[in-house]
Design a protein around this ligand. Sequence first.
Ligand SMILES: [Fe+2]
Length: 240
Amino acid sequence: MLQCLDENIWVAEQPQKYFGLSIGTRMTVIRDQESCRLIVISPIKPTLDLDEELSELGVVSDLVAPNSYHHLYCNEFKHRYPQANLWGSSALKRKCPDLLIDNLLMSAGPSPWAGIQICSLSGLKTMGPLGPSPLNEFAFCHVPSKTIVLTDSAFNFDYSFPWLTRFTTRIAGGYNRLEPTILERIASSDKDSLRKSIQEVLSWNFDRVIVAHGAVVEFAGKAMLTSAYSAFLGGTVGSV
Ligand SMILES: [Fe+2]
């Protein structure tokens, strides 16, 4: 179930639907080289098989809800790994007071994890049933493997998805291309804040991009993300 992408970084996937559309979801596991602590970003539904695989890699020490939508399995994971710290934004804590959040992800200050950079994607919203909704998303960079982890800030659906997903994302964005969809384009009105956040992400040294929905980008991810957000925000952002 866990797929190793590089030294000390793995992903695992599961099916998931959003308004009837099969979009799947992906969890990322990063291991601290020194301590063998495991940081689990955007947990999927835990299973006995997953438990076994994780136990072979190290000790689950941190669980991360990376935005205000990817928290569905956090409590279930937390019950299985009660010693792990669950991290989430203050906005998520207000939205879901029953979530067992131990620590808040902060938009400023140093990263809580060695070898992992973190950035709050201020200004990023998506269009929900009730209108624009802040994603309160954090992006992460695993420095040793030059990998960033995005959640709903970019998608990359490919041929492996059902025809309806391919058809919809050809129109809405995110098909065979790393980019946000029209939902984020319409909803994100504070483009200045978002530009600043994306500039910070693009200042990181990365090549691979892990997305929660779609295929992992193994090469040239920085150029693709630069192109996508330059088109989104108007004008060139970042430098490749
Ligand atoms: Fe998502």
